[in-house]
Write a protein that binds this ligand. Structure first.
Ligand SMILES: [Zn+2]
Length: 264
């Protein structure tokens, strides 16, 4: 098991193992996250851990490697991540994030990868990762690389799963920061990293449809949790995770296929 993960983990492999993988047509996932507060109970790396685990979950069957994740993301916004006022939240300017993602993709394309996918978890990175993908491909017109861009880590979940997750009603994914979904997934995947006895239910006093800069104080919940983290559970995490993995597997298989297909 440990061995299998090593030979999917690009940075844990030797250069000649990576060369062999490229020769047989293996793809590569680039997880993108953030270093951002996630309430009193979840680690700053939550948005890095989840897309990296998603990539590893399907890497074997689709013959993909997992590149080192991009651990910093675009500015945390008060209404979707608590904002930049929390200690620990360490962010990039949009132009830095775009340049970083563009350079990493450009390097992977230069080495010969042709099936690539961005797996983004941090809400605020969307559009910037898409732009980076477009720029990387503009500079490599000679390559036949295709890049799947999962700006959102999953599509809508089934009604049954949503009922289980949010029996009191669904607030919207922007509220869900460090709340039921992320806490449940972490309880399922990394229980040792969750300080669940410190989880709280919280919300900003106001959550308008527009934004204001600098953000009024009542846009930011003191805890950094934007909804009801105490309603998370390992079971919710397991059910949601299985659905998220299956959606992701289907999307990558449909758009980028497997290496066997490419060889044939
Ligand atoms: Zn998050």
């Amino acid at each position: 098991m440990a061995h299998e993960r090593r030979i999917r983990d690009l940075a844990g492999m030797t250069w000649s193992e990576v060369a062999e993988a490229i020769d047989r047509g293996a793809g590569v996932f680039v997880p993108v996250g953030s270093t951002e507060q996630h309430g009193y109970h979840l680690p700053l790396a939550t948005d890095v851990i989840l897309p990296t685990e998603l990539a590893f979950a399907v890497a074997d069957e689709l013959d993909f490697l997992v590149a080192p994740p991009i651990a910093y993301g675009y500015r945390s916004r008060p209404l979707s991540g608590g904002g930049q006022g929390f200690v620990g939240t360490t962010s990039l300017k949009a132009r830095t994030l775009m340049a970083l993602v563009e350079d990493v993709l450009g390097e992977l394309i230069r080495q010969g990868f042709e099936r690539l996918a961005i797996v983004n978890w941090h809400f605020e990175n969307q559009n910037f990762v898409y732009e980076a993908v477009c720029l990387a491909l503009e500079h490599h017109r000679e390559s036949s690389a295709r890049i799947l861009v999962a700006e959102h880590p999953f599509a809508e979940l089934s009604e049954k799963t949503m009922q289980l997750m949010f029996p009191e009603g669904f607030p919207g994914w922007d509220y869900e920061h460090a709340s039921i979904m992320e806490t449940s997934l972490m309880l399922h995947l990394r229980p040792e990293m969750v300080l669940f006895d410190r989880a709280v239910d919280d919300a900003s006093k106001r959550h308008p449809w527009y934004d204001v800069v600098p953000a009024p104080e009542d846009f930011v919940p003191a805890s950094g949790t934007l909804w009801k983290a105490t309603q998370a559970s390992e079971e919710k995490g397991r059910v949601a995770w299985n659905e998220i993995v299956s959606q992701f597997r289907s999307a990558v298989a449909l758009e980028l296929g497997g290496s066997a297909e490419k060889r044939g």
